[in-house]
Unconditional design. Structure first.
Length: 121
């Protein structure tokens, strides 16, 4: 269970990293088109603007990259879902208490039988 939780934590961190990198990539590598006159486009600094202008990618390549990033995110989400299904189900506290009381009673009986066996020997 601990290993599954560690794996989930690692996968979630990776998924968040992919999402962050994807947003950065999309923001800095695509040619933005203003779709609403009220909402201005992202205005990068001069250095970022000159870097972005030299590194823009065409729409087809951007679409392929978006598809690949989407596939990666969906795959990672499915892997995490599989791990979540393998985690032990949450148990009812009353049920756990009854089971522990039963184990305690069985241990008491076993201890008494052991003491009786030692006394008889």
């Amino acid at each position: 269970s601990i290993d599954l939780i560690s794996q989930l934590e690692s996968d979630l961190a990776l998924m968040l990293q992919i999402m962050t990198s994807s947003l950065h990539f999309l923001t800095h590598r695509s040619a933005h088109v203003q779709i609403n006159n009220v909402i201005p486009l992202f205005q990068p600094t001069n250095l970022a603007q000159s870097h972005a202008a030299n590194h823009l990618i065409d729409a087809e390549t951007m679409s392929e990259n978006i598809d690949e990033l989407t596939d990666d995110l969906v795959l990672k989400a499915k892997e995490m879902e599989s791990l979540l299904q393998r985690l032990p189900k949450q148990t009812n506290e009353d049920q756990v208490k009854r089971e522990l009381e039963q184990i305690d009673e069985e241990m008491s009986v076993a201890n008494q039988e052991y003491r009786d066996a030692l006394r008889d020997a």
